[in-house]
Design a protein around this ligand. Structure first.
Ligand SMILES: Nc1ncnc2c1ncn2[C@@H]1O[C@H](COP(=O)(O)OP(=O)(O)OP(=O)(O)O)[C@@H](O)[C@H]1O
Length: 568
């Protein structure tokens, strides 16, 4: 039940609708029992009496019970479904709120298809929690206790039989199936997640699979997953039917016992024969209500697993969210003894890194691939938490900063930037919604994208743009934001040297007093930077101005010599 704690809390928040659903469920159930019981009584009475008034009153009662039962069932459905959909929407909101701060490290732990299966499939599964798990036992307990109380006025023994029937069909049989289901561990959810994960990967990698002629093999793998998912679903359906049949069988047995025992008491003169048909009909109608309990174990287990899979995604602690914001004006950074190792990796991506990036300075970070440059950028952005050490911006520890407020002060261009389906204009507007048409056009010009119209179409993920165009659009976006700190991770790696030089020139003109941190593989034009940080295997191996590093003839000098010999 602990797995269901959070979903229970969200359900109870809808207390008014839940209470009304229980109330109308009870009225519908009891009216149904009254309808059949009174019809049994009417049949017996009609056989024994010729008094028309009694029969007319009884027939009117029958009609009334029929109406009440139908209307209450409608109201029960209305309130229970309303509560369910409100609860589901609250669940989606609260899940997303807990998910979003964990987003930066989420994909290190989950594959996107698995996440999708959880966010969509598991949340959907929880719609059954209120409808099939939470309130049917409550309604049944109320209907059974009132009916048993009523039956006890006619025969204590028959009331006891009904009570035993209640224990068997509402508690014992469902509990047995719930226990068995838990033991056999439903594989359906796992195979659904596996199918979703592989299908997503298949779609992402479709082109590469085709080029490497691996499409058929992957398709076969997917077909196997589909088969196993279908088989698991079929097995689950079979178990559900089995549970339903057993419950209906037990219910029928109880009604037979009521009939047999009732007949015996009538013969023994301990029960008025007038009531026998009524009690048998009452029993039949009462046990008709237990049908939902047959599917209870399946839905209980389903809800428990779905809730625990959702909780697992958001249970990982994430870096404490601070509240402070950065002061207006220029920003300087100090990194002190920062280390970071990716989860499940042995080698640190950053090892004891310390560096000062004074406000208004222009810093380049260079080093071989995999040396930790992008990781340093990510810890500066706080999208990765540091394992040890601290980072200060204007003497404020970034852990004390509100993440949104921190990001609002940084212009970021990453190696991979996302572009939304829409137009150039809509993709630029996410950086500055208030930018005028002129400002948007000016940003495009400065990023050497002047030939593009603002209304030009952008396909999903910017598929219709070249690698260099995407980088220029990302730079234009950062230029529109125009904050005092720029973090640029290989912003011009796909752009030709001449255009790249022109873009840098405009960037540095625009951000004359701003702080720039630029990761670059290209070692040319670094003379214009105030300092160059050289990284290798997660460490800073050299730091200084272009001239001082060249004079020192160390690591950077060596890299320059190699570059010269390669391009000579
Ligand atoms: N998500 C990740 N999970 C595990 N290890 C990672 C992850 N991202 C990077 N690494 C590892 O961390 C190290 C540093 O990677 P990083 O991306 O910071 O290097 P880089 O210097 O930016 O490389 P490049 O110039 O190729 O972009 C590498 O050894 C890399 O394999």
């Amino acid at each position: 039940m602990t797995d269901l704690k959070s979903i229970l809390k969200l359900t109870i928040m809808e207390k008014r609708d839940v209470a009304l659903a229980v109330l109308f469920g009870f009225i519908a159930g009891i009216a149904g029992v009254a309808l059949l019981a009174s019809s049994g009584y009417l049949i017996s009475k009609a056989a024994l009496t010729t008094q028309m008034t009694t029969l007319v009153v009884m027939a009117a009662c029958l009609k009334l019970f029929g109406f009440v039962s139908a209307l209450s069932r409608y109201a029960e459905r209305l309130y229970s479904h309303r509560a369910t959909f409100t609860m589901l929407s609250n669940l989606r909101v609260s899940f997303f709120e807990r998910l979003s701060p964990r987003a930066p490290t989420l994909f290190q732990r989950y594959r996107s298809g698995d996440l999708l299966a959880r966010i969509v499939g598991d949340v959907e599964s929880l719609q059954n929690f209120l409808l099939r798990v939470f309130y049917p036992p409550l309604v049944l307990a109320l209907v059974f206790s009132s009916t048993i109380f009523f039956a006890s006025f006619f025969s204590a023994a028959l009331a006891f039989v009904l009570f035993v029937g209640f224990l068997l069909t509402v508690i014992v049989v469902p509990a047995l199936f719930a226990w068995q289901k838990r033991k056999t561990a439903s594989k359906t959810r796992v195979s659904r997640a596996a199918l979703s994960t592989e299908a997503t990967e298949f779609l992402y990698g479709f082109r590469d699979l085709k080029i490497y002629q691996q499409l058929e093999q992957k398709e076969r793998q997917l077909e196997q997953l589909v088969e196993s998912y279908a088989k698991d679903q079929w097995n689950e359906g079979r178990r559900e039917n089995y549970s339903q049949s057993i419950n209906a069988f037990v219910a029928m047995l109880v009604s037979l016992v009521v009939l047999g025992l009732g007949a015996y008491y009538v013969a023994a003169g301990e029960l008025d024969g007038l009531y026998l048909a009524m009690l048998v009909m009452l029993s039949l109608a009462l046990f008709e209500n237990v049908t939902p309990m047959a599917v209870f174990p399946a839905y209980y287990e389903d809800s428990r697993r779905a809730a625990s899979r959702l909780d697992k995604v958001v249970e990982e602690p994430y870096q404490n969210e601070g509240e402070n914001s950065l002061p207006a004006g220029s920003l300087g950074i100090e990194v002190k003894n920062v280390s970071y190792t990716y989860p499940e990796e042995e080698r640190p991506a950053l090892a004891n890194v310390s560096v000062r990036l004074p406000s208004g300075s222009k810093t380049a970070i260079v080093g071989p691939s995999g040396s930790g440059k992008s990781t340093l950028m990510q810890v500066l952005l706080r999208t990765l938490p540091v394992d040890s050490g601290s980072i200060f911006i204007n003497e404020e520890n970034i852990n004390n900063l509100d993440q949104q407020k921190l990001w609002s002060r940084i212009n970021v261009v990453l190696q991979e930037n996302h572009f939304f389906f829409g137009t150039i204009r809509s993709n630029l507007a996410i950086a500055n919604e208030e930018a005028t048409e002129e400002q948007l056009k000016a940003a495009l010009e400065k990023a050497e994208l002047g030939a593009f119209s603002l209304s030009a179409k952008v396909e999903e993920k910017g598929q219709n743009l070249s690698g260099g165009e995407k980088q220029r659009l990302a730079i234009a976006r950062a230029m529109l934001k125009n904050e005092a700190l720029w973090l640029l991770d290989e912003p011009v790696s796909s752009i030709d040297g001449l255009t790249a030089r022109a873009i840098y020139k405009r960037l540095f003109e625009q951000g004359k007093d701003h702080t720039f941190v630029v990761i670059s593989h290209d070692l040319s034009d670094l003379e214009q930077m105030d300092q160059i940080i050289v990284m290798e295997q997660g460490r800073i191996v050299e730091i200084g101005s272009y001239d001082s590093l060249m004079e020192r003839q160390g690591y950077f000098y060596g890299m320059k010599q190699i570059e010269k010999s390669v391009f000579a």
